[in-house]
Design a binder for this molecule. Sequence first.
Ligand code: ADP
Length: 152
Amino acid sequence: MKKIAVFPGSFDPITLGHESIVRRCLPLFDEIVIGIGYNSNKHYFFSQDRREHFIRQTFADASNIRVERYSGLTVDFCKSIGANYILRGLRTSADYEFERAIAQMNRALHPGVDTIFVVADPHLSHISSTIVRDILLYQGDVSQFVPKSVTL
Ligand code: ADP
């Protein structure tokens, strides 16, 4: 059976923190699917098309990474593509507390799906899409936080 993991998120936009988590986990799985979640209550800075384009360009060199959009529950998306693992990055203890509950609820919903937590690289743990968006809003330079593919 193929070992498939989903790395879910909004990626608004993808950052070097996201990229690092995916690349570090590549040796663990046959395939990593980057799932761009859609939440109708959320207002996004970049359109879905642009977010997807940034991610595809970032991983253009990697054949075992797929990019897909989904709406609804992440565990349902996992089931639909035969993925048994969800990847999440942990930057802070706040991330952990938030993620722990979601991981446990997800496991209650679908016992076949496990969440794997990867601790952020120290030199990237301050990076967040939220702050990148704030900087972009005022035309600031975000080049040290995001892959080259991300442009306004
Ligand atoms: P969400 O919309 O679910 O918050 P994000 O797109 O912000 O998703 O992030 C997706 C995943 O990437 C989350 O697990 C988050 O903790 C992780 N992540 C975000 N920034 C970093 C970073 N700088 N280093 C490591 N992991 C990160």
